[in-house]
Design a protein around this ligand. Structure first.
Ligand code: GDP
Ligand code: IMO
Ligand code: MG
Length: 410
């Protein structure tokens, strides 16, 4: 661990390399005890980051995944869209588990407020798209990012002045009705915002200034990416993407950090591939294979419970992510899920739009919980080394199980 931490340096970003759900939450949790600040940058409650500790499951949607380590300070950055009541619910669920948030959680004054009406709009848009639907999480993310870009959005800092907040709310709701042809409920939104404004007040901060202060004091920062590179609004498979910039650059932009502040970027790569929602997926498995991997990998959405589509590892796509994000390290996750596979196809290139596969031999034995690289079966080591060579990046962390300690470090 010491050697790895040395090579990661002061500011490390954790970024999904595929279509999300690679296991970002787990690696954040594994590294968090060695960092002072965990900063969630973009997205909203469309994210679901799962952590398993001693058989107990925690799913983080908007709260940073470093909160389980009591010494960390945790930031929700300016690029996020926050449903205030849902944030309160997520906060109280953690507090009920004895986790303290006062003085440890900081919500950017620049983050945007996501209203119930954004959710109604998300559902209405999806409905209207019919067969061309995106398959969103219906968490209202697209419409909230849209009103932000239209400069109609309410920011967290607006919660401080209830009188102008009321006017802003009415203006935004009227716009949402016109734009999306939906009905809204101003009284309900107001009641929820007023309550949230009271409770959230102590947590609101200028998180950019805070980050720069802490960095000057030599503190270490772990940036928690959400969603993933292939879901990026620009670099992903548009329009089957989310509505924010999910790359390293998106994260540092949202946190107000300059590029040179980042000392390392860990690309999180699942040992196979999954995708939730619609959109192209060239390496998607045949239904029977997908079902087996889905069951073995527990591939059901942490946010929506939807069965995730399963496919083979697409190294050509991961390589593109590595290039765009500037990965310096890779965390390969869920290698244990492939334990029972006889052969494991890996896409290495494309001819026109057809993936070209290299067929790797499976290892056909359990590697669950393995923490030592040299104890892995030869074919598992081959699989790792093949990926490492292809990406020309070190696979420094390798997940062998859901639990916090089920990880090989090298
Ligand atoms: P995230 O959104 O990237 O944080 O990923 P999710 O939490 O949505 O999905 C990843 C799932 O895989 C979670 O249920 C994790 O507990 C689980 N997981 C993470 N790493 C491993 C691993 O190495 N092996 C296994 N079997 N499960 C893992
Ligand atoms: P984490 O952080 C996987 C997908 C949705 C849909 C598309 C657009 O847990 O990896 P949205 O609700 O954002 O408008 O949906 O993006 N999506 C995710 N898929 N993991 C996520 O987050 C996702 N966040 C959004 O399924 O295809
Ligand atoms: Mg997830």
């Amino acid at each position: 661990m010491e050697q790895l931490l040395q090579s990661l340096g002061q500011v490390c970003a954790i970024i999904g390399a595929q279509w999300g759900d690679e296991g970002k939450g787990k690696v954040i949790d594994v590294l968090a005890e060695h960092y002072d600040i965990i900063a969630r940058a973009v997205g909203g409650a469309n994210a679901g980051h799962t952590i398993l500790v001693d058989g107990k499951k925690f799913v983080f949607h908007l709260l940073p995944s470093g909160l389980l380590h009591s010494k960390t300070q945790n930031i929700i950055g300016a690029g996020t869209v926050v449903h205030a009541q849902d944030l309160l619910t997520e906060m109280s669920e953690l507090q009920e588990q004895g986790i303290k948030l006062e003085g440890r959680l900081f919500l950017s004054h620049q983050a945007h407020i996501l209203l119930n009406a954004h959710r109604t709009a998300d559902a209405a848009l999806e409905e209207r798209r019919g067969d061309a639907k995106i398959g969103t999480t219906k968490r209202g993310i697209g419409p909230a990012m849209a009103t932000k870009a239209l400069r109609l959005g309410i920011r967290v800092e607006d919660l401080a002045d209830l009188r102008s907040l009321r006017t802003k709310l009415e203006t935004e709701l009227k716009a949402l009705e016109l734009l999306f042809g939906i009905q809204t409920n101003a009284a309900e939104e107001w009641q929820q915002l007023e309550e949230a404004a009271q409770i959230l007040k102590p947590y609101i901060a200028d998180t950019t200034a805070m980050l720069h202060d802490r960095l000057r004091a030599g503190k270490k920062v772990l940036i928690e990416g959400a969603q993933a590179s292939l879901l990026d609004i620009d670099h992903g498979s548009y329009p089957y993407v989310t509505s924010s910039a999910t790359t390293t650059m998106g994260a540092i932009h949202a946190l107000g950090l300059p590029p040179q502040a980042v000392t390392s970027v860990i690309g999180v790569v699942k040992a196979y591939a999954t995708r939730v929602g619609e959109g192209p997926f060239a390496t998607e498995m045949q239904p029977a294979d997908a079902e087996r991997v889905r069951q073995n990998g527990g591939e059901f959405g942490s946010t929506t419970g939807r069965p995730r589509r399963c496919g083979y590892l697409d190294l050509a796509a991961v390589q593109r992510s590595a290039m765009i994000n500037g990965f310096t390290h890779i965390n390969l996750t869920k290698l244990d899920v492939l334990d029972s596979e006889a052969t494991i196809p890996v896409a290495v290139d494309y001819t026109d739009t057809e993936p070209q596969y290299e067929n790797m031999n499976g290892w056909k034995e359990s590697i669950k919980g393995e923490t030592n690289f040299s104890s892995l079966p030869a074919n598992a080591r081959n699989y790792i080394e093949f990926i490492e060579k292809h990406l020309a990046l070190p696979l420094s962390l390798i997940g062998t199980g859901q639990n916090r300690n089920e990880m090989i470090l090298r």
